[in-house]
Design a protein around this ligand. Structure first.
Ligand code: BGP
Length: 460
């Protein structure tokens, strides 16, 4: 029996833009995803956009009962900035205020710990049109938005989160074109990364001022980085990949400063962002109370095969090539390696290099295509998902036994949800969503998860 510590949290994560959907008259403003889908629907799998998603906005009361039915003791969602403040920096939408209050009250009424994230890749379009995250004004608008949330919902939310996976928005928005504005512009990308960090630190400060005693953290996708070999060139590639991918937000968020080697590298490419020293003090003085860690797959790298073309635009991966480990276990639907010990390695690194700060595994999960084909007697038999979760929990349990300060496990996700450019291609939920009529059906993993939560562990 793998038993977890008393009061360990069991639950799942989702985000407003991926689950809520819109209805006529809800007064939500457009965010970058709403806009992008209208402009370029062909980018989105099966041309399914963010307008309906999983209709949680209308179904949430019933859905909260499903949280109970699947054993949740914790639940994480996000507020959509573009719903609460449609113009980004103007008036508050009273319907959004009422919706989020009812939703949060419903969660608390069911005895579930509530984690609320302020930003899940979803910038209001009006702010994007004014220059987005490369403008200081967006930082100030975000700080105002955060304060409005703390005032409006501070009595209901147990833990706050400033951003989800901020490095992903930088990479996908300014290097690899999977998020709007889908540009190739390293200078803007670095500025966006820095302003996002500053915004996060300002929200930490505001939360500590307005809601003393409440915890606030940031969620990072901390893929552990493994070099192809012990060769010094492969080792160097791994070190630099880790600087860009993990430490760029991990160090300022937890330690209050950037790693010198990262700053030097960025300066060598003439990419240092515009900054004021008073803002560096904000980052220094306002570190997070806890970390959210999203873990899906490791990052394996090798020394680059080719030298940098000095005339090419800068990409962080000019310092490392992605490396596929021969014979590794894969999730073929998502194309991600499955490597359970990665979670143990992350835990050990947090313990050793980040003062064993409190953390929660805020996302881990397996997206699978055409799950209907696994249906027997009306229930999707997703044993692969149960095995995936168990495999990771064994490693998490091992780390906790050795002193890792992990307080909970949140699966991605609760009900199948909309997934950015992949839309509804890969399903991650404990509960299946039938897109034809929006009906919900608990999968085998949903029943198993309830048992896991009730036993506070599982038989191996
Ligand atoms: C994380 C995001 C989630 C979710 C998840 C699954 O990076 O925080 O929003 O989407 O990944 O990945 P995907 O939806 O791309 O399959």
């Amino acid at each position: 029996m793998k038993e977890f510590p008393k009061n360990f949290l069991w639950g799942s994560s989702t985000s407003g833009p991926q689950i809520e959907g819109r209805i006529a008259g809800d007064d939500k403003g457009d965010n970058t995803w709403d806009y992008w889908f209208k402009q370029e629907p062909a980018r989105f799998h099966a041309q399914i956009g963010p307008d309906q998603t999983s209709s949680f906005y209308s179904h949430f009361e019933d859905d909260l009962d499903l949280l109970v039915a699947t054993g949740h003791t914790a639940f994480r969602t996000s507020i959509q900035w573009s719903r609460l403040i449609p113009s980004g920096d103007g008036a508050v939408n009273s319907k959004a205020l009422a919706f989020y209050r009812s939703l949060f009250q419903g969660i608390k009424a069911r005895g579930i710990e509530l984690l609320v994230n302020l930003y899940h890749f979803d910038l209001p379009m009006t702010l994007e049109q004014k220059g987005g995250w490369s403008c200081y004004e967006t930082v100030l608008a975000y700080e105002r938005y955060a304060m409005i949330c703390f005032e409006a919902f501070g009595d209901l939310v147990d833990r706050w989160i400033t951003f989800n996976e901020p490095i992903v928005a930088v990479e996908c928005g300014f290097f690899y074109q999977y998020h709007y504005p889908a540009r190739i512009d390293a200078k803007a990308g670095v500025q966006v990364a820095y302003y996002t960090q500053l915004a996060s630190s300002l929200a930490v400060r505001a939360c500590h001022n307005y809601l003393p005693g409440k915890k606030i953290g940031i969620i990072l996708n901390l893929s552990p980085v493994y070099p192809r070999s012990q060769h010094p060139a492969d080792q160097k590639a791994a070190r630099i990949a880790e600087l860009f991918q993990a430490k760029s937000f991990l160090d300022p968020s937890v330690k209050g400063s950037y790693p010198q080697e990262l700053v030097t590298l960025i300066a060598e490419h003439n990419l240092l962002p515009a900054y004021q020293s008073k803002d560096l003090d904000v980052i220094k003085d306002n570190t997070v109370d806890f970390l959210g860690v999203n873990y899906y797959h490791p990052l394996r790298v090798a020394a680059p095969k080719y030298q940098i073309n000095p005339e090419s635009p800068f990409f962080p991966d000019c310092y490392y090539d992605h490396y596929d480990l021969p014979g590794c276990k894969m999730n073929p639907y998502r194309g991600w390696e499955i490597y359970e010990p990665g979670i143990y390695d992350i835990a050990k690194q947090i313990q050793k290099d980040y003062d064993n700060i409190e953390w929660i595994l805020t996302e881990n999960g397996m997206g699978v295509e055409e799950e209907e084909s696994f249906k027997v007697d009306g229930v999707i038999q997703d044993d692969y998902r149960i095995d995936f979760i168990k495999g990771h929990l064994v490693e998490l349990h091992r780390a906790i036994q050795e002193g890792a300060n992990c307080k909970g496990y949140l699966l991605w996700t609760f009900i199948d949800c909309w997934s950015w450019l992949n839309a509804y291609k890969n399903r991650y939920g404990l509960i299946a969503l039938d897109l034809s009529d929006q009906s919900r059906h608990i999968k085998k993993s949903g029943y198993w998860f309830k048992n896991l939560s009730q036993l506070n562990g599982f038989e191996e």
